[in-house]
Design a protein around this ligand. Structure first.
Ligand code: COA
Length: 163
């Protein structure tokens, strides 16, 4: 089942987020230490705002994607997608694709015209997924993040929802 998470999913969300940060650190912007230091209140605010969509296997949260609309009025037509994470035990069953489809539906309901995301230039699996979901590369940001002292590049990808 795919649905927006609520404050009631706080513990499951934090647990899966921390798992992802440890298993696939380059797929996230924050470090594990920063995530651990993030207050419950900040996560509750994010969940209560409907900014995270979850994928469930029976009752267990096994995946999530975040969707954040631009804040300033002149950027309200766009939203950032990510992080996107699916637990290794639930991969290649179409959950990430379903999460992205749900993010697109949510964005359309908000009147958002385009979705943007960053993906590590070496994360070929995620790039195949995003392309299959209609995202196109619009650029490359060199030294986008520095992970454990190593600079990594990000592809910038965009999907126009009214195209
Ligand atoms: C990338 C990720 C979210 C994919 O999740 P998933 O639920 O396994 O993806 P799906 O089953 O929905 O895949 C849909 C399609 O995307 C492509 N795809 C997904 N993962 C892929 C991989 N590792 N290698 C190649 N293609 C892949 C395939 O075309 C797949 O269709 P198929 O299974 O019929 O071949 C998951 O592997 C993950 O969480 N990885 C670690 C975190 C990460 O990289 N997040 C993205 C950061 S921007």
């Amino acid at each position: 089942m795919i649905r927006a998470l609520t404050a009631g999913n706080l513990n499951a969300y934090r647990s899966l987020w921390l798992h992802g940060l440890s298993a696939d650190p380059s797929a996230f912007l924050l470090t594990a230490a920063e995530a651990v230091a993030t207050a419950d209140s900040a996560l509750v605010a994010k969940l209560s705002a409907g900014e995270v969509i979850g994928a469930f296997d029976s009752e267990a949260l096994v995946g999530f994607v975040a969707l954040r609309r631009g804040g300033p009025e002149r950027m309200r037509h766009m939203a950032d997608v990510g992080p996107l994470y699916v637990h290794p035990s639930a991969r290649r069953r179409g959950l990430a694709r379903a999460l992205l489809d749900a993010a697109v539906d949510a964005a359309l309901q908000m009147g958002v015209l385009q979705l943007e995301l960053c993906v590590d230039s070496q994360n070929l699996g995620a790039q195949v997924l995003y392309q299959a979901c209609g995202f196109e590369q619009i650029g490359l940001r060199p030294r986008s993040v520095i992970v454990d002292g190593v600079a990594r590049n990000d592809l910038l990808m965009l999907r126009q929802l009214d195209a």
